[in-house]
Design a protein around this ligand. Structure first.
Ligand SMILES: NC(=O)c1ccc[n+]([C@@H]2O[C@H](COP(=O)([O-])OP(=O)(O)OC[C@H]3O[C@@H](n4cnc5c(N)ncnc54)[C@H](OP(=O)(O)O)[C@@H]3O)[C@@H](O)[C@H]2O)c1
Length: 272
């Protein structure tokens, strides 16, 4: 593990695995940039973090990642304060939602779980050196991506929308890693472990779920450990405890390129 102090942005740090990861990295002495969508939750988390920080700084940013304009504002706010970011953890995610579509007409799960992290990563890439890392939250749930659904033209059942959004982030991670090759940070997709006891898992499956620290520990390792330094483009499956093969579509260069093109078209259409 690197002991050097790092600056780490964690999206969705107001609950679940993201919050647990923020606490872990803060207690290790790193600068932690928290992101959340709720101002009141964010303030509470910042207070909790302040008590356990070990020399690093804590900052917070509020943005609704289902809106691409907000994602762009978030990226600008981070870039205004920081010339350099060591690690971006694209952790924010959604499974259950009262309305499957965003006000912009996107499928919420794709917007938050796939497209927002792509846009945020693209905007923050100039801040992240080639020794840095982008950790993208994937899942064991991965299903072939329907481009019509990605574009918001088809409504999917909850579980299917979630699984497609998670394969889609795994696919763009691989494509971006290939296109950066050496000229940018490592882009790594991580399944943090299945059925870990967050509100997402409780709401989606009605079960208490496992220890959130299992997810936080693997994200901390992915952030700091040498074993992830050369892992750009790879998929770490924490259910197996090792790098593993994602869904075959994520190993198909043509399909990955198609998903990336669709994401770019959506972002352009939303004016970003
Ligand atoms: N738990 C598991 O077993 C498991 C397994 C595989 C993958 N994952 C992935 O791990 C990540 C963390 O999930 P979790 O289980 O810790 O769930 P969680 O407790 O529900 O946390 C999700 C986080 O994302 C934020 N978020 C949701 N929608 C947002 C939006 N529109 N804009 C901004 N932020 C938003 C939430 O904010 P609020 O606090 O305001 O709700 C929260 O901070 C997700 O990407 C999930 O898909 C989890």
């Amino acid at each position: 593990m690197s002991t050097q102090q790092k600056t780490i942005l964690i999206t969705g740090a107001t609950d679940g695995i993201g919050l647990e990861t923020a606490k872990m990295l803060g207690a290790m002495g790193h600068d932690v940039l928290l992101h959340g969508r709720s101002q009141s939750k964010m303030e509470k988390v910042e207070r909790t973090l302040s008590e356990i920080m070990a020399g690093g700084r804590v900052e917070s940013y509020v943005a609704d990642l289902s809106r691409m304009a907000d994602v762009a504002v978030l990226a600008r706010a981070v870039a205004e304060k920081h010339a350099k970011l060591d690690v971006l953890i694209n952790n924010a995610g959604v499974y259950k939602t009262p309305d499957p579509f965003t006000p912009d007409g996107l499928v919420v799960r794709f917007a938050v779980n796939t497209i927002a992290p792509y846009l945020l990563t693209k905007r923050l890439l100039p801040l992240i050196e080639s020794s840095g890392r982008v950790i993208n939250l994937s899942s064991a749930a991965q299903a072939p991506v329907d481009p019509e659904a990605l574009a918001g033209r088809v409504k999917l059942a909850d579980g299917m929308a979630y699984a497609q959004s998670k394969l889609a982030i795994t696919m763009w991670s691989r494509r971006m890693a290939e296109s950066l090759k050496g000229g940018g940070p490592a882009i790594i997709a991580v399944n943090p472990g299945s059925m870990l006891g967050s509100k997402m898992v409780k709401q989606a499956y009605g079960v208490a779920g496992g220890d959130l620290r299992i997810g936080a520990e693997i994200l901390a390792r992915a952030t700091l450990s040498d074993e992830f330094a050369d892992a750009s483009g790879k998929y770490f499956d924490n259910d197996a405890g090792r790098f593993a093969s994602p869904h075959p579509d994520a190993l198909n260069a043509r399909k990955c390129e198609e998903v990336v093109r669709e994401i770019q078209a959506i972002i352009a259409e939303k004016g970003q």
